[in-house]
Design a protein around this ligand. Structure first.
Ligand SMILES: *Cc1c(COP(=O)(O)O)cnc(C)c1O
Length: 387
């Protein structure tokens, strides 16, 4: 627990804690093993899979930022989600969003097929569908808000109340906003996970994840499982992620400022059929987003008005926006969810989740917004001239 503001926690965790040389920035501990002081005396750290001082600092920072009791830093976001699944058994039901991150969908679906637990994918913004899923007494309700790639927003507080009433835990994937813009544990959730690969590291050079638990018992159980199944993150990635985390507050502000400029441009562009972004008053989750988020973040999606060859021409014409998966880095990216991040979903599942053939997702980076808008404008103009 920290009484400091988020930006301060992110910047200061571990600073001036080196007792050996008083280095301002904490050193990285690469050692796999640690000396036992005496026969029968277990040191704070013994073996790096179970505990490592560098990873532990990152865990402290993320735990404090999410206001949790304990955290486990994992080797990627998927292993953070998988770690939460260690708490479930074959009779337990998970209620998950039908439009969750493609990798999450694949993990839940594949493990359920192997009998690890039961799964129900529902549209959580459909109150009747959610209520009938909760009537089956799930053990875990999974939330992703804003969702990927359509930025659907659900009311975390309301779902937590309903889930807790039937004895279910609530886990929230907070990757899209980071703890700077949304704190799900404060809204009632039991677990928060992040792919720290995205905004938290922020420089597209480290894959990592974290689970933060609200209760100490669950945090301890997750830590035990993290060591048992070998899900924990390594020292080098933890060091890099902690380094990236220090600028998270400033980066999120700029991501959001640039996104607002890009949005304003897209709203006036005739080749944009529909924009998905919670800051828009017509977005169905706008009011909830305003209530539970402290910002709108750096992600948006839109449908291009055109056919597949026009989509290809548009993507080829972009010079600054890089066609790549992932998100949340300093560099702007464009993703075609249907053929990239969400290709593991069947065509029917994509259609049901509202992922159209010309849907594009933008991760707005930290370049000058004038250059970003000029890049998009050039690509739209190129498509227009080809018509
Ligand atoms: C990327 C991502 C994940 C998976 O994280 P990895 O670090 O790629 O394993 C999970 N959830 C969301 C929302 C993501 O964007």
């Amino acid at each position: 627990m920290s009484d400091k503001k988020s930006a301060t926690i992110a910047v200061r965790t571990g600073i001036t804690t080196d007792s050996q040389y008083q280095s301002v920035v904490p050193p990285i501990y690469l050692s796999t093993n640690y000396e036992f002081p005496e026969f029968g005396e277990v040191p704070t750290y013994d073996y790096a899979r179970g505990g490592n001082p560098t990873r532990n600092l990152l865990e402290t920072a993320l735990c404090d930022l999410e206001n949790g009791a304990g955290a486990v830093v994992t080797n990627c976001g998927m292993s953070a989600i998988n770690l939460v699944l260690s708490l479930l058994g074959p009779d337990d039901l998970i209620v998950a969003p039908h439009d969750c991150y493609g990798g999450t969908y694949r993990l839940f679906d594949s493990r359920a097929r192997k009998g690890a637990f039961k799964i129900a994918f529902v549209d959580q913004s459909d109150e009747a569908a959610l209520a009938s899923a909760l009537a089956k007494n799930p053990k875990l309700v999974w939330i992703e808000t804003p969702s990927n790639p359509l930025l659907r927003v659900v009311d975390v507080q309301a779902i937590c109340q309903q889930a807790h009433a039937v004895g279910a835990w609530v886990g929230v994937d907070n990757t899209f906003l980071s703890p700077m813009l949304q704190k799900p544990l404060n809204l009632g959730a039991d677990f928060v996970v992040h792919s720290t690969t995205k905004f938290i590291n922020g420089h597209s050079d480290t894959v990592g994840g974290v689970v933060v638990a609200k209760d100490q018992d669950l945090a301890d159980e997750l830590k035990w499982w993290g060591n048992c199944i070998g899900a924990t993150g390594n020292a080098f990635d933890s060091y890099m992620t902690l380094r990236g985390l220090r600028t998270l507050s400033a980066r999120m502000r700029q991501h959001e400022e640039n996104s607002a400029e890009v949005l304003a441009f897209l709203q006036g562009e005739p080749l944009v059929r529909i924009i998905y972004h919670p800051s828009l008053p017509e977005h169905p989750g706008h009011e909830i987003a305003k209530k539970q988020q402290s910002g709108f973040g750096g992600m948006l999606s839109f449908e291009l008005e055109g056919n597949e060859s026009e989509l290809k021409l548009f993507l080829r014409s972009l010079k600054l926006f890089t066609l790549a998966e992932s998100l949340g880095g300093v560099e702007s990216l464009v993703t075609h969810p249907g053929s990239m991040t969400h290709r593991a979903m069947s065509d029917e599942a994509q259609a049901e989740a509202g992922i159209a053939a010309t849907l594009l997702r933008l991760s707005i980076g930290l370049e000058d917004h004038n250059d970003l808008v000029a890049d998009l404008k050039h690509a739209f103009d190129t498509v227009r001239e080809s018509q």
